[in-house]
Design a protein around this ligand. Structure first.
Ligand SMILES: Nc1ncnc2c1ncn2[C@@H]1O[C@H](COP(=O)(O)OP(=O)(O)O)[C@@H](O)[C@H]1O
Ligand SMILES: [Mg+2]
Length: 663
């Protein structure tokens, strides 16, 4: 027991594993001085490492000339499969450029394997040295894919493909027979040469994905239309659209942008990246790139020319002043003659950028009122927040409408802006709080996603229960049911082929929810996990009996409530049959069923069994007086604890009790 204690707890989670093997060093070894070779090898690995870190991944280890990297572990990452493929594409490009620039006597190449799925993460090692790593068949397959991939190729496994097939181009490979893996594996080669930095717009080219026409949201659309109308009459302002991940913020805006009135407006969009917190001004770079029609692969001189054209067209008179700071912002000032601000940096430069950007925006709004959209503002970097704040101040008098999209609960980014506006300015901020879809809208969404097929009521209920009105969750749950063959569409009917509750939480949703769990302190996380074993609802009395003696339970529960993961429930008004179990005592509920499930699935099996056992013991002890009410619960916890004899005992008793109650 004490041995297990001082090890970091193991975790189960879905992650994406990338193996990149650099080839060609051995033939270079014959032609280069050993010192030169060592320099080259470390240069390669430095490049690879930086690329991986910038895309939210982590280096797991080096194995000879091979790098193993993780996306989604040890830290949760949204869109981990997409980020891993981005990294692979960038690594291949960077190694290609290295060959060109370093004039090597022989070529260095890279081949890459990527696979997503369940991994077990934790520390391994002996007494002195321990490493964090992940294990499991997901990792093995990634490595095998890497060795099967020819130089210059990126191979991905089936789950990585399923998550990213609408974002990149792929070629399906002949089933691969891989050593140590029994079944032939259907793998795919990545054909795309470009990274996908941004998530797809909810309208984008969703060729193979499930999409539904908009359901609900009439009120919110009307509100946006009215703001657009007022904008055409010269009234700007700030609207925020706030809601949880996947609730439909981007979709609502996309629909609003299809309204006829938008033809009379100039629409500008700045998108923030989940991995962008350290990238200065990154949404503004995106904004200008889009407005100026700059493509990612363009060389500096071409980017500079496009920026210059944009500025000169918007404001011919002030162009000479606006251009230099923006050239710095865009990182295109480093060619001779482009940098008129040489030597200016820090605050001074930042001020000039603020002024230049404000002038450009106000100038743009003179010919047509501007809607300036900030997507995923909760991910904005500091410099962008400062600039946005300055823009809102200056633009308050101009026909400019700021539309800020963000998730709730990000105090140091999006909420910093709204707090500033509320407390420090007289600017009126209108907030659209997007709630989950109402039940009838959710029904329509499910029907639309399944096409004309009839959906059996049990399946419909299961999807609604799991997704709780979040349209993204509805889509993902359905996608995973179809992908995993749990449901099948046949003769206009949807058939349920397996017991569907057993399906894991889709990886995308797990990533979003795990990221929230990881923001908690260690004790609160621990309490959340224990609570998840007890169930969606749990009593204070029970959890107090289960947690470790040194745990400050109430502080942890406070934190969980402050972060809106759980809430306290009054026990009045519950059905009389169970009144005694619930007798006037503190009870808590997970806000989302999926949050409970993710917290639960994240616990290593051994610890899960242990907590189930402790649950059973606590219930036996604390509900001694009316234990007949708890037979079913006891049977469940003992089953999960692996104590089948005791479980059966209670199952039998539960059966007898039910028969008695029915008599
Ligand atoms: N009201 C709706 N009707 C139909 N589909 C919707 C609706 N709201 C969202 N969706 C779909 O759900 C997914 C997630 O929506 P999105 O707008 O991207 O969420 P958010 O921006 O809040 O994270 C998208 O595929 C979107 O098309
Ligand atoms: Mg969005």
């Amino acid at each position: 027991m004490s041995e297990a204690r001082d090890q970091a707890p193991k975790q189960r989670r879905q992650a994406t594993v990338l193996f990149a093997d650099i080839s060609g060093f051995s033939s270079l070894a014959e032609r280069l001085d050993p010192e030169e070779l060592t320099d080259l090898v470390s240069r390669c690995f430095r490049i690879v490492e930086q690329i991986i870190l910038e895309r939210g991944g982590a280096i797991d280890k080096y194995i000879g000339d091979c790098v193993m990297a993780l996306f989604g572990a040890p830290r949760a990452l949204e869109d981990a499969p997409r980020q891993a493929i981005n990294a692979a594409i960038a690594i291949r490009d960077a190694i290609g450029r290295l060959n060109e620039s370093a004039h090597l006597p022989a070529h260095v190449g890279v081949h890459i394997g990527i696979n997503s799925g369940l991994v077990v993460a934790g520390e391994v090692g002996g007494e002195r040295h321990r490493d964090y790593t992940v294990m499991g068949s997901t990792v093995n397959l990634a490595e095998r894919l890497q060795s099967a991939a020819p130089t210059g190729c990126i191979y991905v496994g089936p789950d990585t493909y399923a998550e990213t097939c609408t974002m990149f181009e792929f070629r399906q490979l002949d089933p691969l027979r891989l050593a140590g893996i029994a079944e032939p594996v259907t793998a795919y080669e990545v054909l795309s040469r470009r990274e996908q930095l941004h998530r797809m717009r909810p309208h984008g080219r969703q060729l193979r994905r499930l999409v539904s026409p908009l359901v609900g949201r009439d009120r919110e659309l009307t509100l946006l239309r009215q703001r657009f109308e007022r904008l055409t009459q010269g009234e700007g302002g700030v609207v925020t659209i706030v809601g949880d991940a996947g609730v439909g913020k981007s979709r609502l805006l996309a629909e609003a942008c299809l309204l006829p009135i938008v033809e009379r407006l100039r629409l500008l969009e700045a998108r923030c990246l989940s991995v962008g917190r350290a990238l200065g001004f990154h949404p503004f770079v995106d904004l200008i790139e889009t407005a100026a029609g700059i493509s990612p692969g363009w060389p500096t001189s071409r980017r500079y020319a496009a920026l210059r054209k944009l500025v000169e067209e918007a404001d011919p008179e002030q162009a000479a002043e606006i251009l230099p700071p923006l050239a710095r912002l865009m990182g295109v000032a480093d060619e001779p003659g482009h940098d008129e601000l040489e030597g200016v940096s820090g605050d001074a430069l930042e001020k000039m950028i603020h002024r230049a950007m404000s002038r450009l925006l106000v100038a743009a709004s003179r010919t047509r009122p501007v809607v300036l959209v900030f997507e995923d503002l909760h991910w904005a970097d500091r410099s962008s927040l400062g600039l946005l704040q300055a823009l809102i101040d200056v633009a308050a008098a101009a026909p400019i409408l700021f539309v800020l999209l963000a998730r709730p609960g990000f105090e140091d980014t999006s909420e910093l802006i709204t707090r500033y506006l509320r407390e420090k300015t007289s600017i009126d901020v209108q907030t659209v709080a997007l709630a989950p879809l109402a039940a009838p809208d959710c029904d329509r969404l499910i029907d639309n996603l399944f096409g004309s097929a009839t959906v059996p009521p049990t399946l419909r209920d299961m999807i609604k229960r799991r997704s709780e009105g979040n349209p993204f969750y509805v889509e993902e749950v359905i996608r995973i049911l179809l992908d995993k063959g749990v449901v099948r569409r046949q003769h206009g009917q949807i058939e349920l082929l397996q017991e569907s509750e057993l399906v894991r939480v889709p990886a995308t949703i797990e990533g979003i929810l795990l990221a929230r769990i990881e923001q908690l302190d260690e004790p609160a996380r621990n309490v959340l996990q224990i609570a998840s074993v007890i169930g969606r609802r749990f009593y204070h009395r029970i959890i107090a009996d289960i947690v470790e003696a040194d745990c400050d339970l109430d502080a942890a529960l406070e934190q969980l409530m402050a972060k809106e993961l759980i809430f306290e429930r009054s026990t009045r008004g519950t059905s009389s049959r169970r009144r005694l179990l619930l007798a006037a005592e503190r009870q808590y509920v997970f806000k989302h069923a999926l949050m409970q499930q993710v917290a639960y699935e994240n616990i290593a099996l051994q610890r899960r069994r242990e907590i189930h056992r402790r649950c059973a013991v606590a219930v036996e002890k604390l509900f001694r007086d009316r234990i007949q009410d708890a037979y079913g619960m006891l049977a469940y916890h003992f089953t999960q604890a692996g104590e089948s004899t005791r479980a059966e005992e209670y199952l039998v008793k539960a059966g007898e009790e039910a028969a008695r109650a029915a008599a």
